[in-house]
Design a protein around this ligand. Structure first.
Ligand SMILES: [Zn+2]
Length: 255
């Protein structure tokens, strides 16, 4: 039995032995990884590195973004310019969004305003070029949902969604998606969101190299997200793999 899986959100620039990690992922059936960028440097890395995998069986597809943590105001314009210039080579925008639980944002409302400004500019790009967007929404779930709707973006993935029910309901009403990480095996909020979301609106990811329960993630760990979703949905693993991969292909326009 061979499954095809797509890791829809990974920070590959943070992986120690990328070649080995990619080999392990390919072996368990990962056919594509969406490599997300967080700042100027990681966006450059994503653009450069993804090219090397264009002809491989496991493809790395580039997504460019600006993470809401540690925003460097002096580099925002330059980073957005880089993203704009590469809109035709990327499959998505991200990682981008709001994080009101981020320590600097808790202390300082100005930081929240900067996050919103950056998020809005990237949302506008997504709408203009009809690109999907991978959204970080921790502690700012409803504001993120409302901004995506207001921007008129068609395809949005609320990555690792663990927010309140009303935000989930609203994003599902608009036909948006959530992604499930390996935390689906143990995080109460994340599990609840997956339980309440139709399988058609779920994709899988690892958020590599995040550490889950003491273990550093790599794309092969998508199997943990897959198993947890299958358990929560009472579905066969193969069925969840097929469905989530089909959805990811549709969102990112991957053949
Ligand atoms: Zn991430």
């Amino acid at each position: 039995m061979f499954m095809e899986l797509i890791d829809t959100h990974a920070h590959l620039e943070g992986v120690k032995d990328l070649k080995d990690a990619i080999r392990r992922a390919a072996r368990i059936g990962v056919v594509a990884v969406i490599a997300v960028g967080s700042d100027y440097e990681s966006n450059m890395w994503v653009l450069h590195e993804s090219k090397k995998y264009e002809t491989r069986r496991l493809k790395i597809y580039p997504a460019l973004g600006i993470h809401p943590w540690g925003l460097d105001v002096s580099k925002i314009n330059e980073t957005i310019k880089l993203i704009e210039k590469n809109m035709d080579v990327i499959v998505a925008l991200g990682e981008v969004g709001l994080d009101y639980w981020y320590k600097e944002a808790r202390k300082n409302d100005e930081i929240k305003e900067i996050q919103k400004d950056v998020f809005w500019r990237i949302l506008s790009l997504a709408r203009r070029k009809n690109k999907p967007i991978s959204i970080h929404s921790r502690g700012a779930w409803m504001d993120c949902v409302n901004m995506v709707i207001e921007a008129g973006v068609k395809k949005a993935i609320f990555h690792w969604f663990s927010g309140p029910l009303e935000a989930l309901k609203k994003l599902l009403d608009y036909g948006y998606y959530i992604s499930a990480t390996p935390a689906a095996a143990y995080s109460k909020e994340h599990r609840k969101a997956i339980e309440l979301t139709p399988i058609e609106n779920i994709v899988l990811e690892t958020d590599t190299p995040v550490v889950y329960m003491g273990e550093t993630a790599e794309p092969a760990h998508i199997i943990k997200a897959l198993n947890a979703v299958a358990e929560l949905k009472g579905e066969k693993v193969e069925r969840v793999a097929e469905k989530t991969t089909e959805t990811a292909r549709k969102i990112f326009d991957i053949k």
